[in-house]
Design a protein around this ligand. Structure first.
Ligand code: ADP
Length: 398
């Protein structure tokens, strides 16, 4: 089957066409600035060059039309007609408590996703637009919703409740949901496979360290705790997000800076993290690493603060699971940045982890980076959220 995987943002649409038998990416691309001047589609067929074309896209339905046009194009296309697209898998950010697994999309599902809109006002409405646009253009093609939050629905109450008046949970469903679920599930599964073990017998901590970053404790195949919360702002220090902090800082800074709470939260989301901490130097770890190497003290302190936070979370999840067998690193920073991995793992000598420096210098590949006699296995497992969405889609429509 050929599965079209769609990840729809408010003004963007990322896509991949994946053949489910070979698991090969036939083509991928991105529509940007949808509904804004200067919209463009970048398309790359397998074995082909990446090409960007400026085209007017007034809305996401236009974008889906262009995606289909590219995929079926005589020169850069990879299928002959729309009929060769067997199903569509949509990435949906928030499924609330309603969705603990992926589902085939129907009217009832669309309504239930709409009901989760106020939990993710920036993301879910955009995801729904993607669904509706595909429905308009390919009404007969089955579609599946794969939720970022679903994998974490196994968390016990003690992990998802906040220390707030219980009525806020009852009235507004304020609780920890967690995100990157597709990635944490994929990586923990793959880690067990690589080790030739059954995931149900393992305690795994997955560190998804990308621009957005989160850590999950996966005990016997189930998420039992995760660092992101009601929104993706909680937990680790990220590219531009603050992660955990004293909530009283918000009102303190609102007063000092004459800002509203919403403006302050925007700063916590977009101007903080390693970007803010480094004095606006960069949110990219390659720049920060270079600056630190060149002797920039603030860049050094930023990277130390970042790694320390990751280590603290790992430590707390060792406690949550009463042990750990595997620590897996993934996403942009986790897959490529060996200094961060080494700094994080240096806190776990007491667990018997010894880093193999040579193995740890490998980038972007599946590799075990701890020494063979380490009591806990540390490894790198590249994530592939699109492939995971395609697999879920096939599982449900077959
Ligand atoms: P997103 O959350 O946007 O999907 P990614 O998983 O692509 O993020 O991670 C992006 C981050 O990964 C970049 O900000 C960069 O700091 C880091 N990164 C990517 N490649 C490298 C590399 N070769 N070396 C060090 N860091 C890298």
């Amino acid at each position: 089957m050929n599965i079209l995987v769609i990840n729809c943002g408010s003004s963007s649409l990322k896509y991949q066409l994946i053949n489910s038998e070979s698991e090969e990416v036939l083509a991928k691309g991105l529509c940007e600035r949808i509904g804004i001047d200067g919209s463009a589609i970048t398309h790359q067929p397998k074995d082909g060059e990446k090409q960007t074309e400026q085209v007017a896209m007034a809305n996401h339905t236009d974008a889906v039309k262009y995606v289909i046009a590219k995929l079926t194009d005589e020169n850069v296309g990879v299928v002959k007609t729309l009929e060769e697209i067997d199903a569509v898998g949509h990435r949906i950010v928030h499924g609330g408590e309603r969705f603990a697994s992926s589902v085939v999309i129907n009217e009832e599902v669309i309504k239930a996703i709409e009901e989760c809109n106020d939990l993710a006002p920036l993301h879910n409405p955009a995801n729904l637009i993607g669904i509706n646009s595909c429905k308009e253009i390919m009404p007969k093609v089955p579609m599946v919703a794969v939720f970022d939050t679903a994998f974490h629905q196994t968390m016990p109450k003690k992990a998802y409740l906040y220390g707030l008046p219980y009525e806020y949970y009852e009235n507004y469903k304020v609780r920890r949901y967690g995100f990157h679920g597709t990635s944490h599930d994929f990586v923990s599964k793959r880690a067990a496979e690589i080790l030739g073990k059954n995931r149900d017998d393992l305690k795994i901590i997955v560190c998804h360290l990308g621009n957005g970053a989160s850590i999950t404790a996966v005990n016997k195949g189930q998420s039992v705790d995760t660092s992101m919360g009601l929104t993706p702002l909680e937990g680790l220090i990220m590219g531009t997000r603050s992660g955990d902090m004293d909530p009283a800082i918000i009102s303190f800074l609102c007063e000092k800076e004459g800002k509203t709470a919403a403006e302050m939260i925007d700063i916590c989301n977009k101007k903080s993290g390693v970007y803010g901490l480094s004095g606006g130097l960069s949110s990219d770890f390659r720049d920060l690493g270079q600056a630190a190497e060149d002797g920039n003290e603030l860049a050094k302190a930023t990277l130390e603060t970042y790694s320390y936070r990751v280590a603290k979370y790992i430590g707390s999840y060792v406690a949550a699971m009463n042990g750990v067998d595997v620590i897996a690193f993934t996403a942009g920073v986790g897959e490529n940045n060996f200094s961060v991995r080494e700094a994080v793992l240096s806190y776990f000598g007491y667990l018997g982890i010894q880093v193999d420096k040579e193995k740890n210098s490998i980038r972007g590949e599946e590799v075990i980076i701890s020494k063979p006699d380490s009591k806990v296995t540390a490894m790198v497992v590249p994530t592939n959220e699109e492939l995971a969405i395609a697999r879920e889609t096939v599982r449900l429509v077959k």
